[in-house]
Write a protein that binds this ligand. Sequence first.
Ligand SMILES: [Zn+2]
Length: 266
Amino acid sequence: MHLSGHIEKMETSLLGDAAQYQLAFDSQIVEMNALVGQHIELTFNQTIQCSNCSRVTPKSYSQGFCFPCARSLARCDLCIMRPETCHFHLGTCREPEWGEAHCFAPHIIYLANSSGLKVGITRKTNMPSRWIDQGAIGAIPILEVSTRLESGRVEVALKEHVSDKTNWRKMLKNETENIDLVEAKNTLLAGIPKLIDELGATRLNDDVVNIDYPVLQYPSKISSLNFDKTPVISGVLKGIKGQYLLLENGVLNIRKFGSYHVTLST
Ligand SMILES: [Zn+2]
């Protein structure tokens, strides 16, 4: 196989419990699970094209945008990382129409086991991809609310008791522990009854999702591969977890290199 194109983060889905990965090179889709165990070579062709306006940019901002787009798109605003700071009601949303479509839509607050217990939020339509992107081995949706801002308020309340971050090195080494997500859910929700009432949040059923990753061997030490420093990255693909390709000689965070023009050879 030999193909080239601009890449974005891998598309992820679940087939039973198994995480499925697709990497698009422009319009050509590669089923990445099938490459695990094979020697692959990825070459950065020294072109980065903004994934919004297609302008060639010397550097990628906000994981795939040119500088002007990173400054003007609502999806690159700080409030996307920190939903409790949504400022739509002040009339200062960078793109009100985009905000209405994406932030005023059902959001889920979930617990996941990535490198330990964490809380997170996501648009309802983004499950279970969000959990696979984070390398979670298990997740449980706990509450549904009607806006991103409300989900952020719940997350802030729960962050006092549980992390909202993944230790990505631990996640990639598969240093995981068994966590009873239903028990964690019950304990955490018992602490915020007033907020649940105030927001009219819907309590969700105990649907635990387990996720298996296509990995032959987890790394014992993590070294990060980077197209900016090493334009040609090659080796045996030992597995895929989160948005990382686990190569025999290091890990490559595909999400970080969105909009890079890359050639894949197998
Ligand atoms: Zn742009």
